[in-house]
Structure formats: structure tokens, C-alpha cells
Design a protein around this ligand. Structure first.
Ligand code: NAD
Ligand code: TDX
Length: 339
């Protein structure tokens, strides 16, 4: 089987490629990635020479390049991870989010229609459901929770989801969608909460917590997300949406304190900064459907996963230090200056 994985030089896509090549060494994986600021070819170094792996640098919005690749590879499965993924950047400049996340999805599905595939899988997010109040811990997102987005990022992901379902209904494209909660683990780009706090702690820099740090996210170890997608593309029902989450809700401030404690750094590094505009309060996934239909359950508990993750950042300093030098430095200055 040939699988095109878009966005495979990013955080979750790269972990997915490692998982797939390890588990199914006879399947061919073709990674299509534009290598934006968030894509890193060095991440894929361990598999670059794998005989069943090919990397192609291209934009998912580039119709000609995408169609050419489909013509060459005739994939059976497409898994679309490629996206602009950082909420703060979408608040700053929404345009590229609409282009990549919506029009890129359309381009990929048009290629799927033209060349024929067995499955198109859209990697979506729990953020399409909006947020839940802190005082209603009994409420969770299910697959039938109405779409109710807050940021340009989540609006672009929700738009793509609707387009995917429309291509299924209108053209009969065999699609599935997964909506996962916050991931953490190796190769997480250091602009996101957990890797940013680890990197800043290690450099004895202030730890910028938005608002009061009371917002809740439902954290899942990245490998568990990859295993869930693997199951969905093989056994999931066409036309269906599957929520993925670990029932592991944590307040931001508690995560930051845990990172300080694990690294032996003082909590005095914590700095409360201006809140994110439109900041979602709480995300919480009900993963009952994927458990019931596909037998998926998270395997890594947060206490183990966070220790493994911190250790990974300690062991791979060169990977993230290169990222936070250069262009990223300018982003950091702009995002956090005077906040
Ligand atoms: P990431 O930002 O780490 O990686 C995105 C990758 O997509 C990068 O390699 C980048 O170069 C590539 N890319 C961006 N624009 C492209 C384009 N136009 N053409 C081709 N490639 C392009 O993102 P991530 O955290 O790995 O997220 C992957 C997917 O999972 C996204 O669709 C995101 O919405 C979704 N998701 C992420 C999380 C999370 O916690 N990180 C949770 C749920 C869902
Ligand atoms: O410096 C920070 N300080 C801070 O308090 C950063 C970067 C974040 N935060 C807060 C904002 C959020 O409440 O931490 C929480 C997590 O923030 P992010 O890591 O930016 O993730 P989030 O906004 O929850 O979105 C993530 O999960 C869903 C991914 O980036 C999305 O791609 C995914 O869809």
C-alpha cells in the first residue's frame, strides 16, 4: 500500500511516519511537506534512507505539484496533517491559515477524486467544537457536539472538515475525520505550551503563562494519536468523524509548575502575561466512539509521557536550539514583547 502523508516534517506527522514505517515496513510512505517554519527535514533524518520512504517538498495548495505526485505514486491512502497549526499566529495573521487549511484540503481531495483512492483521512482538532465552561466538568465534546469555533485557526479547521464531509456526500469520496485533543511528545515545535516551557526553563528564561493559567487542555501523548489514526484508516467507517482524547485534563499553570519541578527550576520563573484573544477555557474529549467501534484506548499516562518528553528535550538540545535561533527569535520577540 502507498500512503501519502502531508505535513510529515511537522510534529504529529513525523511521529506518524515513524510509527507506520516501524509497524508496516512493507508499506510505502510518501511525505509531502512545504517545509514552512514548522517543518523540519532534520526530524525525518532517521527514515530518509528507508527504502519505502520518499520525501517531496511541495505545497498542498500547489495543484500542479500535488497532481503530479498522485500521478507518479497512485496512492491508496492520503493522511492530511499539513496545516498552519498555531492559534496565536492565526490571531496575528489569519490569511495563510485559510489558504493552507481550507484550500490545501480542497486541492488534495480534488487529486483524490481524479486519481481515485481507498481513503482520504483528515486530521482535524477538538478546537472545532469551541470550548466548555470550567464549572461544568460533566460536559465533554462528542462527535455530535455542534461546530462552534473561536479562533481563525479553529474556523479554518472546521471549514476544512465541512468541505471533507461535502466531498463525501457530493462525490462519494471515501473520507474519515479525526478530531484530537492537545498532543505532546518528541518533535513538538517550541512555540507550543509544553516544549516552550521546557526550553525556557532550560535556558532560565521567564515562563509566559497567559491570563491566570486556569485554562484546561486534555493532553494526549502523540504516539497514542498516531495509533488511533492508523486504526481509523484501516478499520474506521467511511464518512465518519472520530474524536480522540485521553481523559487527561490539566490546567496550564499546573503543567508549567510540573515542568519546573521536574527540571529543578524555581516557580519564580513563571510570568503571567496578557491573555490570548478569545482564549478557549476548556477542551475535553469524549472518546467513547473510537473505543467502542475500534477498540482504541490511550496507552501512555500523562505522568510517564511528560517525563519521557522532558527527557527527549534534554537529549535533543541541538534539534530545538537550532529552531529557536534565527527566524523564530523574531517571532518570539513580536509575540511576547510588551505582553
Ligand atoms: P505542525 O505545525 O508541527 O506541522 C505542520 C506541518 O505541515 C509542517 O511540517 C509544515 O511544514 C507543513 N505544512 C504547513 N503548510 C503546508 C503546506 N501549505 N503544504 C505542505 N505542507 C505544509 O503541526 P502539528 O502539531 O504536527 O499538527 C498536525 C495536524 O494535526 C494539523 O492539521 C493540526 O491541525 C492537527 N492537530 C494538532 C494537534 C496538536 O496538539 N498539535 C491536536 C489536534 C490536531
Ligand atoms: O506561551 C504560552 N503560554 C500559555 O499560557 C503558550 C504558547 C500557550 N499558553 C496556553 C494557551 C493554551 O491555553 O497554553 C495552552 C496551550 O496552548 P498551545 O500549546 O498554543 O495549544 P492550543 O492553543 O491548545 O492548540 C493546540 O491544540 C489543538 C495545537 O496548537 C492545535 O494545533 C491543536 O489543534
Amino acid at each position: 500500500m502507498t500512503i501519502i502523508v502531508t505535513g510529515g516534517a511537522g510534529f504529529i506527522g513525523s511521529n506518524f511516519i515513524f510509527h507506520m514505517l516501524d509497524k508496516y515496513p512493507d508499506d510505502r510512505i510518501v511525505c509531502l511537506d512545504k517545509l514552512t517554519y514548522a517543518g523540519n527535514l532534520s526530524t525525518l533524518e532517521p527514515v530518509m534512507d528507508h527504502q519505502n520512504f520518499r520525501f517531496v517538498k511541495a505545497d498542498i495548495c500547489d495543484r500542479e505539484a500535488v497532481f503530479k505526485l498522485f500521478e507518479e505514486e497512485k496512492p491508496q491512502v492520503v493522511v492530511n496533517f499539513a496545516a498552519e497549526s498555531h492559534v496565536d499566529r492565526s490571531i496575528d495573521d489569519p490569511g495563510i491559515f485559510l489558504r493552507t487549511n481550507i484550500l490545501g484540503t480542497q486541492t488534495l481531495m480534488d487529486a483524490c477524486r481524479k486519481y481515485g483512492i481507498v481513503r482520504y483521512h483528515q486530521v482535524s482538532t477538538d478546537e472545532v467544537y469551541g470550548d466548555l465552561p470550567l464549572d461544568r466538568p460533566d460536559l465533554f465534546f462528542t462527535e455530535t457536539t455542534p461546530i462552534h469555533t473561536s479562533s481563525p485557526y479553529s474556523a479554518s479547521k472546521a471549514s476544512a472538515d465541512l468541505l471533507v464531509l461535502a466531498y463525501h456526500r457530493t462525490y462519494g469520496l471515501p473520507v474519515t475525520i479525526s478530531r484530537c485533543s492537545n498532543n505532546y511528545g518528541p518533535y513538538h515545535f517550541p512555540e507550543k505550551l509544553i516544549p516552550l516551557m521546557i526550553a525556557n526553563c532550560l535556558n532560565d528564561k521567564p515562563l509566559p503563562v497567559y491570563g491566570e493559567g486556569l485554562n484546561v487542555r486534555d493532553w494526549l501523548y502523540v504516539e497514542d494519536h498516531c495509533k488511533a489514526i492508523d486504526l481509523i484508516i484501516r478499520k474506521g467507517r467511511v464518512g465518519e468523524v472520530y474524536n480522540i482524547g485521553g481523559h487527561n485534563e490539566m490546567r496550564n499553570i499546573d503543567i508549567v509548575k510540573l515542568i519546573c519541578k521536574t527540571l529543578g527550576k524555581p516557580e519564580s520563573l513563571i510570568t503571567y502575561v496578557a491573555d490570548r484573544k478569545g482564549h478557549d477555557m476548556r477542551y475535553a474529549i469524549d472518546p467513547a466512539k473510537i473505543d467502542r467501534e475500534l477498540g482504541w484506548k490511550p496507552e501512555t499516562m500523562f505522568n510517564d509521557g511528560i517525563v519521557k518528553t522532558i527527557q527527549w528535550y534534554l537529549d535533543h538540545r541541538a534539534w530545538w536550539e537550532e529552531i529557536i535561533s534565527g527566524e523564530y527569535q523574531q517571532y518570539y520577540e513580536n509575540m511576547y514583547r510588551g505582553r
